[in-house]
Design a protein around this ligand. Structure first.
Ligand SMILES: N[C@@H](CCC(=O)NCCCC(=O)O)C(=O)O
Length: 253
């Protein structure tokens, strides 16, 4: 079978004084390792219509990023603390999420991606989850050693009988943690699939959809060496292959 295509989101990046579109290749490699063809949808200022790519693709991956979803998109005021922002990515990705769900394309949303999914469906975010009483610090060490930054640091507990538990089992798994924001009000239409020990929402799925999963951690980083990380990408790739074969799940109301 020809490798099915997975659309991956991009960040707007400034490099050598020029505007670039791109993202870490760890996400692309994880898609490739799972047997699919990653293709990036650029984040640029000029409006683009992704329909041709959506028609050809069998899945969508929303990558993580250091930037944050702009607070105006979930009804909050812009503050310096809420940044940095990537308005071109917001403008590209939020409609992409809705289009992917309308088309029943398998959707995997990682870190910023999970936050984008929540905002796209009407939810809100904590700007700094470590400042919320009772919550832990979910930021990774500001280390130039990326293995240290992305080290597995805390557990998450899959919701019993849920869609993530169907992939990982009911037992707690250890995950990495490289975020300062988190879901505050869960969007209607999302189900909580896992929480951290401090109650922070760590995984969600779209109610009634086929494969539409968001995780607040980074399974792409240790996909070659960590069983639960590989299991998330394998489950996504299985859904992508099923979509490519024409086995489309019906979306319940
Ligand atoms: N910026 C948001 C989203 C978190 C996220 O996607 N982190 C990936 C960053 C990778 C890195 O820092 O190297 C937040 O902080 O909540």
């Amino acid at each position: 079978m020809v490798q099915p295509m997975v659309i991956a989101s991009c960040d707007a990046i400034v490099h050598n004084g020029l505007a670039w579109s791109g993202g870490p290749s760890t996400y692309l490699s994880a898609v490739a390792l799972a047997g699919c063809l990653p293709v990036q949808l650029p984040t640029i200022t000029t409006p683009i219509d992704p329909t041709a790519l959506l028609d050809a693709a069998s899945g969508v991956l929303l990558t993580g990023a250091r930037s944050n979803v702009h607070p105006s998109l979930y009804g909050a005021a812009e503050t310096e603390e809420a940044g940095p922002f990537d308005p071109d990515r917001d403008r590209t990705v939020l409609p992409l999420i809705r289009a992917a769900l309308d088309r029943k394309l398998p959707l995997l949303c990682i870190c910023r991606g999970l936050q984008e999914l929540n905002v796209a469906l009407g939810g809100t975010l904590h700007v700094a989850v470590h400042e919320v009483p009772g919550r832990d610090d979910h930021r990774g060490p500001s280390d130039s050693d990326m293995d240290a930054r992305f080290a597995l640091r805390h557990t998450v507990a899959p919701a019993p009988g849920g869609r993530l538990a169907a992939i990982l089992g009911d037992a707690e798994v250890k995950v990495n943690s490289v975020h300062r924001q988190a879901i505050d009000r869960l969007a209607d239409g999302l189900e909580v699939e896992a929480r951290a020990p401090d109650g922070t929402i760590e995984a969600v799925s779209v109610r009634g959809a086929g494969f539409a999963l968001g995780v607040q951690w980074h399974p792409e980083y240790f996909v070659a060496s960590d069983g639960p990380s590989a299991a998330v990408f394998d489950a996504f790739a299985d859904a992508v292959r099923a979509h490519a074969r024409g086995a489309r799940p019906a979306r319940a109301a």
